[in-house]
Design a protein around this ligand. Structure first.
Ligand SMILES: Cc1ncc(COP(=O)(O)O)c(C=O)c1O
Length: 408
């Protein structure tokens, strides 16, 4: 808070396509799609119109018990039909952290319903980011996000982010009969943008299956096009037991999230003797947010943006590749989805830990809005509608910012 008070705020006022403007009228290319969410870009009238019509008709109505509203039903059915596993059920939330909280409880509840009450252990990965609710904080692989709040959710084990063997060992050490679920971002996002090593996802998926451990794909970032398909899990045939999503489901026009349960996970909750699952949020299935999501899915579908993202992953990697030679850059991670990171050189970071922060400020001066990730990298995850000229604008803006901070 002190830093913001001293440095001042950047107040974003409006947006159009891949650009946003601050209150002083400065234009920026939004290199991060805000917090990885504005997949369809800004200024889409069709979303505003759909939300306006829904607000006039019925802004929201609870989806508790036997209550529902039509946009929530339509959205659940539509997301269910897009889901990587046929016949999936969808539980709507208000965002990614809600979705992770719900997935955590759903996984443990699933085992309780099957009478396997000892299956409570959750396995997470180093570098993981699963949101900021208490469950997500407990699953945090970014150490700094997990500490400083006293005791969190218990029964969590962390494994290296890139080793299937480490996952197998952790399951063996605990005993498979104790493990409820393994949480996995198909591409690590806030932890620094790391695509899984070749074969990793297939192997950890198989290990979970062999041991009866639920595989939870956290697709809050990768869902709805960003990974080059509707879901990363579809692209790599992961068939997750549970999938969490948010962000791209509305492209951020209104807050919304969801948890997708494969039919076999959903089934015990439907049994006549299952009783009520005492879980849900006031705004689960919010009608206006669901209307925004439905209109957003229309745009993604009509403009084939998931497919476009697959082509864009190469173009984005090419646009950023020249930055890898820059004196202060260690590497550029790109090439899997519309997701990239410009990683500062470790020696440069050691001598000047303030480098990422200064690069963000310099980028703003050259018309590019980006963000520093804790690992000492710049986040690059533009809207999926970015074109070639805008990719050049992004690359040029970043280069001039890097020159600026390195005096070169
Ligand atoms: C992979 C992942 N999971 C969960 C979350 C939490 O989502 P939210 O901030 O909408 O609560 C995020 C947010 O960035 C995320 O990247």
């Amino acid at each position: 808070m002190h830093a913001v008070e001293t440095g001042g705020e950047l107040v974003i006022d409006r947006g159009e396509g891949v650009h946003v403007w601050d209150e002083a009228g400065h234009r920026y290319l939004d290199a991060t799609a805000a917090l990885w969410y504005c997949n369809i870009g800004y200024g889409r009238d069709e979303i505003a119109d759909a939300v306006q019509a829904q607000l006039r008709r019925l802004p929201a109505y609870s989806t508790f018990g036997d209550l529902s509203n039509r946009p929530a039903i339509e959205l659940a059915e539509r997301v269910g039909a897009l889901a990587p596993v046929e016949g999936s059920k969808v539980f709507l939330t208000s965002g990614g952290s809600d979705s992770i909280d719900t997935a955590t409880k759903m996984a443990r509840r699933y085992w309780q319903l099957l009478g396997r009450t000892e299956r409570t252990l959750l396995i997470t990965r180093e570098r993981a980011y699963h949101g900021m609710h208490v469950a997500g904080t407990s699953l945090a692989g970014i150490e700094a996000n997990a500490i400083g709040h006293g005791p969190l959710v218990g029964d969590v084990v962390k494994v290296p982010w890139d080793s299937p063997t480490a996952l197998r060992d952790a399951i063996d050490a605990a005993g498979p009969e104790r493990v409820a679920a393994f949480f996995c971002e198909p591409v690590i996002g806030a932890g620094g943008v790391f695509a899984a090593p070749e074969g990793y996802l297939e192997q950890v998926r198989a290990i979970c299956r062999e041991n009866g451990v639920l595989f939870v794909a956290d697709e809050v970032i990768t869902g709805f096009g960003r990974a080059g398909d509707w879901f990363a899990s579809s692209r790599w045939q992961l068939e997750p037991d549970i999938l969490t999503c948010a962000k791209g489901i509305t492209s951020g026009y209104l807050p919304m999230g969801g948890v997708i349960a494969a039919p076999w996970v959903a089934e015990p909750f439907w049994r006549p003797d299952a009783g009520l699952w005492r879980h849900g949020y006031t705004y689960s299935g919010h009608a206006a947010a669901a209307a925004a999501a439905l209109a957003n899915l229309d745009v993604l579908e009509n403009e084939a943006l998931p497919k476009r993202a697959l082509e864009l992953e190469r173009d984005l990697a090419e646009a950023l590749a020249p930055l890898a030679d820059h004196a202060v850059v260690g590497e550029v991670r790109a090439g899997t989805g519309v997701l990239a990171a410009v990683q500062f050189d470790s020696d440069a970071l050691e001598t000047d830990p303030g480098l990422p922060g200064r690069a963000v400020a310099a980028s703003r001066r050259s018309g590019v809005l980006t963000r520093a990730l804790g690992i000492g990298a710049l986040q690059i995850s533009p809207p999926l509608v970015i074109d070639r000229d805008e990719l050049k604008e992004l690359g040029d803006g970043l280069r001039s910012a890097l020159d600026d901070v390195s005096g070169g």
